[in-house]
Design a protein around this ligand. Structure first.
Ligand SMILES: [Zn+2]
Length: 600
């Protein structure tokens, strides 16, 4: 073993005592003294250790970092990309020699890109940490892409970064542990034990530069040779680009990191500065609207929308209007929720150059009282400047049995919560947002209490691939039965307020869910390639007779619009319309209720 090795390598190579005596070095005197002392203190162990070293023969050789870069890149490009290989084989791209050659080119493209990147980090203090980080990112990415058929893009990365402990715990499974162990822990352990000789910095710089050049040449050659199938695959099967592990995670993180550069986050542009609510006429009562939002509700699984299973028996007996043809603004909470509450609409919201206020700011500015109750992981900035309370960690033995609360918890003490809002604002009107836990997966079975489990057997695992599709659907549909109960309870509570207010409820889902159709699970696919089940959401309206008469809005008129094509872009304007709030940002042509509202 050479005398020039530093302390880290001595420790990592596992043979400290040999060098401790044979390498006196003025700069490392203290460390050497420590090792010397340690050697004396642990003499019996040390003798044993020494003998095993002697038996092993030669001291280990320092490897050039190029081997670590190459080996790491190849491991990531092959083993950590099994979801990509599965997808290519499903697309029948690996069935003939040409397909296999294309797959090989894909593997080389990924490996060469990783090599080019890693050669920038092939320095003593960066190579092993960066490679370890990549190994762990790829292992988690590979597990979720394999198990839930999700792909990793910027939106998915926002979901990951915004997740909370409970959501993460819902995703935990033994299979995840095994995947991370095999793909990340074992290879990391191996690389940290490997003695690497970095040499003087000038030689390192030259070698890293040459390594990067070689990788770029390999990348270019692979792209050129496979250009035709590569271009058509990327065009026809966009999901493939989001499966290239760990480049997908790195790209998404880079995209998000660059976000603040594109968007000026220091400004929050106010909207609806002219917003005002009408004076409540002497014979009228102020409106009380509950906006129920979320979660993971598939429009098609509601029997009031034509689903053959009786999942919404209670709503079926209420005078509600259900729009069946509603598209979400995004395929995840993080994407859809802020967009729903914005006046910009999906296209403009994605392309916004700065942040704007949203629906609740306008309602509050118009003089009404606003409160957001959250039984989930937060409002994703949609409620930043209004009253807020989280109910998901309340202690209630009936409604919060296992660390999470059923949505009916939000109806507890609601009278007191409203009474605490400013009286002057309440006299103009009250808007309560209930952000529901709904059918949040993958542990759907946790979303319904025993009494609501009408379909069985239920999938009672979060490892969805261990369940049959029928069991999965049973667990999901039971969560819709509970949502039906929760919405009906909300209507019942609103009826108790009729002496003081004119109540109404609008329930809109944030996004849908895949339940194993085409082997897809969960949600969050990029909008352009997401299946309908991830983007179709329910939109259900209940109006108390007083609200309907004050607004001259009839449920019968709304029923006629049930097949009309509407989107989350309509939400902002429809809520303002229901509240009769006047402002320049209100666009009546986007208000789904406007055409059913008579003149007063
Ligand atoms: Zn959601």
């Amino acid at each position: 073993m050479a005398c020039g090795k530093n302390l880290e390598e001595l420790t990592l190579s596992g043979k400290p005592d040999e060098n401790a005596v044979s390498c006196p070095n003025a700069n490392r005197g203290d460390a050497m003294k420590f090792f010397h002392a340690w050697r004396l203190d642990s003499a019996p162990f040390s003798r044993k250790f020494q003998s095993s070293v002697d038996h092993a023969g030669e001291a280990p050789r320092n490897h050039n970092p190029i081997w670590l870069v190459t080996g790491g890149s190849l491991w990531l490009a092959t083993a950590a990309n099994f979801p990509l290989w599965r997808e290519l084989s499903h697309l029948a791209l690996t069935s003939d020699p040409a397909g296999l050659a294309f797959s090989l080119a894909m593997m080389l493209i990924i490996a060469a890109t990783l090599m080019a990147m890693l050669s920038l980090f092939a320095w003593r203090w960066t190579l092993k940490p960066v490679l370890t980080l990549m190994l762990f990112a790829s292992a988690f990415g590979a597990y979720f892409m394999w198990s839930y058929r999700v792909v990793i893009d910027a939106t998915m990365m926002i979901n990951v970064l915004q997740t909370d402990v409970r959501e993460a715990a819902d995703l935990f499974s033994p299979r995840l542990v095994v995947t991370v162990l095999v793909l990340a822990v074992l290879p990391s352990w191996t690389i940290w034990r490997l003695p690497i000789g970095y040499g003087p910095w000038s030689r390192r710089l030259l070698q890293n530069f040459l390594m990067a050049i070689a990788a770029v040449i390999l990348l270019a050659v692979s792209v050129v040779l496979s250009y035709q199938p590569l271009a058509s695959t990327m065009r026809n099967h966009k999901q493939v680009r989001y499966l290239m592990n760990p480049l997908n995670s790195m790209y998404a993180l880079g995209y998000l990191a660059a976000g603040p550069l594109q968007r000026d986050r220091s400004v929050l542009e106010p909207i609806g500065l002219d917003a005002r609510s009408p004076e409540v006429a002497s014979n009228d009562l102020p409106p009380l609207i509950i906006l129920v939002v979320g979660e993971t509700a598939r429009s098609g699984n509601f029997s009031i929308n034509g689903y053959p299973r009786p999942t919404t028996p209670k709503l079926g007996h209420e005078e509600v209007a259900s729009f069946r043809n509603v598209s979400a603004c995004g395929t995840s909470t993080a994407a859809a929720l802020p967009c729903m509450f914005s006046n910009l609409g999906r296209t403009q919201f994605d392309a916004r150059s700065k942040n704007f206020e949203g629906l609740l700011d306008v309602i509050q500015r118009a003089g009404m009282a606003v409160l957001w109750l959250d039984n989930q992981s937060g409002c994703k900035a949609a409620c930043d400047r209004v009253g807020y309370a989280n109910t998901s960690k309340l202690r209630n033995p009936q409604l919060c049995p296992e660390g999470a609360c059923y949505d009916a918890i939000m109806l507890e003490d609601l009278d007191a919560r409203i009474a605490a809002l400013p009286a002057k604002a309440r006299a103009r009107g009250v808007v309560l947002v209930l952000h529901a836990m709904g059918s949040h997966g993958p542990a759907y079975y946790l979303r319904s209490p025993q009494a609501f489990k009408q379909f069985g057997p239920e999938c009672s695992s979060n490892d969805l691939q261990n369940c049959s599709q029928a069991e999965l659907l049973n667990a999901y549909d039971n969560s819709i039965i509970y949502t039906d109960h929760f919405l009906d309870s909300t209507i019942h509570w609103l009826r108790t307020q009729q002496a003081t207010y004119a109540p109404a409820m609008v329930y809109v889902g944030d996004h849908g869910e895949s339940l194993g159709e085409n082997n897809l699970y969960l949600h969050g696919l990029p909008y352009a390639i997401a299946p309908d089940v991830q983007t179709r959401v329910p939109w259900i309206t209940w109006l108390s007779p007083r609200f309907a008469s004050q607004k001259t809005l009839t449920p019968q008129c709304l029923h006629k619009k049930q097949e009309e094509k509407i989107t989350h872009d309509n939400y902002f304007h429809s809520v303002l319309g229901l509240l009769s709030i006047k402002t320049v940002v209100y666009q009546p042509q986007l208000d789904v209720y406007a055409s059913c509202t008579g003149t007063r």
